[in-house]
Each structure stands twice: as structure tokens, then as C-alpha cells.
Ligand binder design. Structure first.
Ligand SMILES: [Zn+2]
Length: 98
């Protein structure tokens, strides 16, 4: 199985994204705001509270989410999409005890 097949990206598909998070509580989600700031392109555990919108009708996947159960695959994808390991970060909250 290639790394790519372990990844799924949700864009403007909040229902699909919510389903994925429910089905993969131990997975990982890369929040891809884009731009130059590494702190706006953050890898979370699927269970992280930071991924849950604070406002009821706020869309989450207007910002694309790359999802995977495979940490190695999603790290490699983040490097690829962002152009380097220094251009994205891991979440301070959900990886604190990793
Ligand atoms: Zn997090």
C-alpha cells in the first residue's frame, strides 16, 4: 500500500470529515491553512478539542483537512504539501503527552 492511499483529504465536506474523526479516534488530522506560518498548519490527533468548532454553524473543512491513521504517512504528506518539516508544527495540546 502506498502512503497516498493511507491519506484522505476533506475540503468543504464537514459531514465526511466528522464521520472520519468518529471512525478514527486514534488518527491524525493536518489542518492546512496554507501561507508561510508554520503555526497555522498544525498536525493534531483526531480526538483534539482544537479541531471542534467553537461556533455551531462554523464550517471546519473550508480549511482543508488531511487525515490518516498512519503518523509516518501524514508526516511525509505534510513535508510534501508544505515544502519542508519546518513549515508545519504539531499541536501543543494533543501531543503534549506523546
Ligand atoms: Zn491538537
Amino acid at each position: 500500500m502506498s502512503n497516498t492511499s493511507k491519506l484522505v483529504t476533506f475540503r468543504n465536506d464537514d459531514a465526511g470529515y466528522r464521520r472520519w474523526r468518529r471512525a478514527h479516534p486514534r488518527g491524525y488530522v493536518l489542518n492546512l491553512f496554507g501561507g508561510a506560518d508554520a503555526r497555522e498548519n498544525v498536525l493534531h490527533r483526531a480526538s483534539c478539542d482544537d479541531l471542534t468548532p467553537k461556533l455551531i454553524n462554523q464550517s471546519t473543512t473550508s480549511v482543508p483537512k488531511v487525515c490518516s491513521d498512519d503518523r509516518t504517512a501524514i508526516d511525509a504528506e505534510a513535508d510534501q504539501l508544505r515544502g519542508g518539516r519546518d513549515r508545519w508544527t504539531i499541536c501543543d495540546h494533543c501531543f503534549r503527552w506523546a
